[in-house]
Structure formats: C-alpha cells, structure tokens
Design a binder for this molecule. Structure first.
Ligand code: CS2
Length: 473
C-alpha cells in the first residue's frame, strides 16, 4: 500500500492492522481512550500554524479535553506552511491520530479535534476564508525558534493575509505564539509591525483588535520512532502513521486575553505575567537540555535519560541548575528548588527516548534564547563560575567537531558555520559561533576570552578534565 508524501509515493510499512480513520477508530482496543464526542460536529474555533508533533501532543491535548467536556467550538484547522508530510499522513486517516503519554502503563488516546490541514500543495484558501468567520476564536502557532528569524517570511505573509480578511470582517482575534522564546507574543507582534510599516491602516486595526498573549508551553515530546509505532499498532489494533508520544507532564501558561474559549476549564493557566514561567522554563529546562545534548553527545550517549544515568553528568547538571537559579528574576514565592528537582526527574524518565541529537539541532537559534542571556545577567557571576559558559563552549566544540569530521549541522546557519570553522583556531571559532548568535560584539572581552580558553582545553584534553573540575569546584 502506498500514498503520497511530499509529492512522492512512499511505501507504507506492511501491517496487519486497519488504518485509523473515522470508520475504524471505535474498534480501538478497550484501553485506548476514544473521543466521547461527535468528531464531525466540531466547529473550527482554532487555527494552528505548524502542525508538528509538539502541537498535536500539547495544545491538541487541551483542545481535545475541551471537546470531551462537551464544547463544540474547539475544532482545529491546521496549516503547515512548509511541508506536506504531516498533512498527507493525517488526511489519509481523517485527521485522527493517537497521543500516548509515556507513563507506566502508557495511556493512549485517539485525538479527534484536528479537522483539516492545508499544506503548500493544497494552498491556504480555506484557512484564509476562516479568518472572516466569527466562529474562529483563536490562532495558535508553533513554528520553532527559527520561524521568528530569517525564516519568518512565510509566517508573516500568511498572518498578514489572514488579518486583512479579519479586518474586512472587523472581528477581534487572539493569536498565541507557543514557541520557546521569551515574550513570544510580543515578538510575533513586533514581526508584523515591521512588515506592515507601509500599511499603517492595517497595523492600527491590528493594535486595536488583535491580542498577542505571551505564553509558556511545556511537555517533552521526542520525535516518534518506528519501534514505538509498531508497539502502538499492536496495542491499539489500528495503524496510525502519525502518532505522537510525550511525557505525562504538561503545562500551558498564557497571559490573560479575551479569548472566548473556556481555556481554564482544561488546565490552561491564564495569568497577568508569564515572564517568571518563561524564565524558569527557558533558563532551567531548555538551557540544561542543551547543555546535556552537547555534553552527552561528546561523551557518546544517545538519549537524555542515558546521559542522566552517568553520575558525573548528573552532578554537573545539578550544579548548572544551582548556578542559574539565583540569577533568575522570579517572584520570591516561586519555588525554584522544587522546579529544578522536578525537571531532573523528568529528564531521568526511562520511558522517554529523547535523542540528544534532536535537542542539539538549531543550536544557533536555540542557544540565543535559552543560554546567551545568562551571560549578561550578571557578568560577575560568569567570572566567578565558568559553568555558565559551559553550554556555549560545548556547542562550539560540537560545531567544530562536526566540521572536522566532514559532517553536517542541522541548523539555519549550519552550512556557513561548517565551512567557516573547519580549520579555524579555537578563539576564531568562538567569534564565528558568537556571530551567528549576534553576540560577537555584545559580550565582554573577558567572557569571549574565557570561551576561547574553554574550547581550546576541550579540544586538547577532551571534556573529562573540565567536567571533573566543574563537578568538584
Ligand atoms: C528541547 C525542547 O528540543 C529541544 O530543544 O529543549 O523541545 C523541550 O523538550 C521542550 O521545550 C519541553 O517543553
């Protein structure tokens, strides 16, 4: 059996199980939760841009919960701006898919809230027409960190066209960014503002009628593996070619906004200020994730949990968190100590095979958000404790090692970095890497020199000596 994927016909794995679809989902094994609502009755209240695994595992979990509580306004219309892949897989199963929570035992549900997806091949006519409807209440997006940088054109053009239609209908709208960036909503509004300098009328209308709440989203969702898929098919008795798997933990905190969907009833927290939640998430969870990725890869580990089983790595991670914690500007009542313990526990979950290589991707855009700001919060702290520079030094080592081995970097600046750093000495590699973070002229000389020394030491002695020094200091 075959069906089209990105314009090509790709063979599916032979499987004895029927494909998951509206006709078959009721035949799922009894321990699989299936929609208790009429999937076909859902009205599209949400349009989502970037229908990747994270969106389907996280935001759709909440939208599905709304549908389970009897709301019918939480149907999701997905838009994939770049790829036809997920849209094709899901179209072939009436947009149903399974979400498995990697707990013991695993909990699997069929999610029914996604009702259609448009992709570059289909064009986005239906998506645009939704902007004129009052039934559309919320636009969410997960386009990753790089979607706000040099690759932001498609996103901005799409939103501008949608908002033109919205303006013609003079309807308000909430657009919630769900990407791992600090002040993600403000940043998105800023992108539109830059794009619309020549259209002050639309911009003025947007400022009056559209809200861009900042939000923090959290749930570890590794890419699914063939093995997981095969086990799932046997467990559920149906073949889902686009399943998602995530840790049981999930959190969504959003700035209060005028969204006419009952978000709080399903556990989405609406708050005045998202900043403390963003800071904890980015500087503790995400920064440590990146540290673990580059450290673990160079020590030969493949997953987060296997790296965490190494006592020395774990000690270093704990120390890193303890160094970062006091630098965070969060209200006194926020219990940062138990936040860190919880993250350590989540990283150690053996049920989650989260590949370090997945986290290591897009370093130049991720580190700018999660690690770099740590270096200018308190320059004194950096001088006292070079552990704060360690994630960057490890990333630089990862870049230079990859270049030396003739490999490729999955990163928007990957090709440039690989050819630039190839034969460069340590201090120059530091400058080149900092350039991609737009930080070469912003960091104090002392910090840049320190990074150079650390990189040189890693290159000449390996990571071991520096790691043991840091865990003992
Ligand atoms: C990870 C995140 O891939 C990465 O860089 O740090 O995707 C992380 O798993 C999520 O932000 C958890 O919510």
């Amino acid at each position: 059996m075959s069906f089209p994927v990105d314009g090509k016909w790709t063979k599916c794995i032979d499987s004895p199980y029927p494909r998951l679809s509206l006709d078959t989902y009721r035949a799922a094994s009894p321990d699989t939760k299936i929609p208790n609502y009429q999937v076909a009755d859902l009205v599209i209240g949400i349009l989502h841009i970037g229908v990747g695994a994270f969106h389907r595992a996280h935001q759709c979990f909440y939208f599905d919960a709304l549908a389970r509580k009897g709301n019918t306004d939480c149907g999701v219309f997905g838009v994939s701006l770049r790829s036809d892949l997920t849209g094709d897989f899901l179209a072939a199963q009436d947009y149903l898919y399974t979400l498995s929570l990697l707990s013991e035992p695993r909990e699997t549900s069929v999610i029914g809230c996604v009702r259609a997806i448009e992709t570059p091949r289909t064009g986005f006519d239906v998506a645009f027409s939704l902007f004129s409807k009052a039934s559309l209440k919320l636009v969410t997006l997960t386009v990753t960190e790089k979607g706000y940088g040099e690759e932001s054109n498609e996103l901005v053009n799409f939103l501008v066209e949608g908002l033109r239609r919205r303006r013609a209908a003079d309807l308000p709208l909430v657009i919630a960014s769900c990407d791992n960036l600090q002040s993600n909503g403000d940043r998105l509004a800023g992108l539109l503002e830059t794009q619309l300098v020549d259209d002050p009328g639309l911009l003025k209308w947007i400022k009056r009628r559209v809200q861009f709440p900042n939000s923090m989203v959290d749930s570890i969702t590794p890419a699914s593996t063939e093995r997981q898929k095969n086990i799932l098919h046997t467990d559920v008795g149906l073949r889902d070619e686009a399943p998602v798997f995530r840790e049981p933990f999930s959190d969504w905190v959003m700035e209060r906004c005028d969204c006419d969907i009952d978000l709080e009833t399903v556990g989405i927290k609406l708050v005045e200020h998202v900043a403390p939640f963003e800071l904890l998430k980015l500087r503790i969870l995400n920064a440590t994730h990146s540290l673990l990725a580059y450290l673990g890869i160079s020590l030969g580990y493949d997953t987060v949990c296997s790296a965490m089983q190494d006592d020395e790595v774990r000690r270093l991670v704990e120390r890193f968190m303890a160094t970062v914690r006091p630098l965070l500007d969060v209200p006194g009542e926020v219990d940062t100590v138990s936040y860190c313990s919880q993250v350590l526990e989540r990283f150690s979950n053996p049920g989650i095979a989260h590949l370090l290589t997945q986290i290591a991707e897009d370093g130049s855009v991720k580190l700018k958000e999660r690690v770099l700001p740590l270096l200018w919060v308190d320059p004194g702290a950096v001088r006292k404790n070079n552990l704060l520079c360690f994630p960057l030094a490890l990333w630089m080592n990862h870049v230079s090692q990859t270049a030396r081995k003739g490999g490729q970097l999955k990163d928007p600046s990957g090709d440039w970095l690989i050819s630039a750093v190839k034969d460069a000495p340590a201090q120059e590699i530091v400058y080149l890497c900092l350039e991609t973070l737009d930080a070469a002229h912003q960091l104090p000389h002392a910090t840049i020199d320190l990074l150079g020394e650390m990189l040189l030491q890693i290159q000449t002695e390996g990571i071991g000596p520096m790691m043991s020094k840091m865990t003992k200091e």
